[in-house]
Design a protein. Sequence first.
Length: 323
Amino acid sequence: MARQVCLVTGGAGFIGSHLCLRLFDEGRHVICLDNFFTGRMENFGERYRELVLSGRFEFVRHDVIEPIVLEVDEIYHLACPASPVHYQHNPVKTIKTNVIGTYHMLGLAKRVRARFLLASTSEVYGDPQVHPQPETYWGHVNPNGIRSCYDEGKRVAETLTCDYHRQHGLPVRIARIFNTYGPRMSADDGRVVSNFICQALRGEPLTVYGDGSQTRSFCYVSDLIDGLLRLMACDFTGPVNLGNDGEVSMIELVRAIERILGRTLRVEHRRLPQDDPGRRRPDLTRARQLLGYEPRVPLEEGLRHTIAYFAAELGLPAPITAG
Ligand code: NAD
Ligand code: UDP
């Protein structure tokens, strides 16, 4: 039987690079497509040579807002900047990436009869009024605020994906990804885990937005990849939440990093950004029942790996971590 070819759009980014390597290690032929807006070749690090020489790993520099034809069996569509700093940098481009880019990748899937998985987001729930958030919740989203290019862009991407399924019978999957962290996040992407860790390592105060009582549920990247692979392999076409259902406030996140580093960290409060969701936690019932999904990496263990990664990235000595 011919080897399965997997296309990963946004494959050079944080989650994409982990996904590409996992698919490659499972023996698949991988096409990593990226425009390198936030993605980096360095994310493949010391494995770059092995990948290229294997004959079953290809890099394609391409922007998904343009059409492309490739012979593939599965499409993991991740292309889209994910951090608020990056997606608000050029909001019109973010919408084009989510809407036109998803349209092109669905068109490709239809043409070559590929299975399609959309990387959607917990942001489709906006600032939720239902807690924790099940997939049946329609959300509470500002349609014209500074986060809307991403939130509404992903909501349209979900709609398009469902309509390709209803109208053309395309096999589709929708992953609603909750805050994911781990090695290969970029140090400057402005997300809270990378910000806090880099600030702590540099001896700078940790910038807590607002009073730090807002909550998120942080998922270590290996758990998310496991969920994405399980989702692609199942037959369910509706949205599925993927993440970790442990919920912490930003102040509790500071405390977790303090426990790991074994020292007290200075905190500097900054203005809370507009439309910043107050609470977020996935209801994982559907993922557990349908996929047998279970996040396994506890927050402090994942943070330890991430701290070690950023210390190396920043060229700082590995911190002595407590415990
Ligand atoms: P990332 O910014 O590291 O990766 C995004 C990748 O997409 C980058 O490599 C970037 O260069 C590429 N890209 C952006 N626009 C493109 C375009 N027009 N054409 C081709 N490539 C393009 O972010 P990430 O955290 O790895 O997120 C990956 C996906 O997962 C995104 O779709 C994001 O919305 C989704 N997601 C991530 C999280 C999270 O916490 N990390 C949460 C929810 C959803
Ligand atoms: N945040 C913070 N300090 C920072 C960066 C972010 O307190 O330096 C807060 C932000 O206001 C939000 C939470 O951390 O409430 C998560 O932010 P992030 O940008 O990581 O993800 P998102 O808001 O998209 O979930």
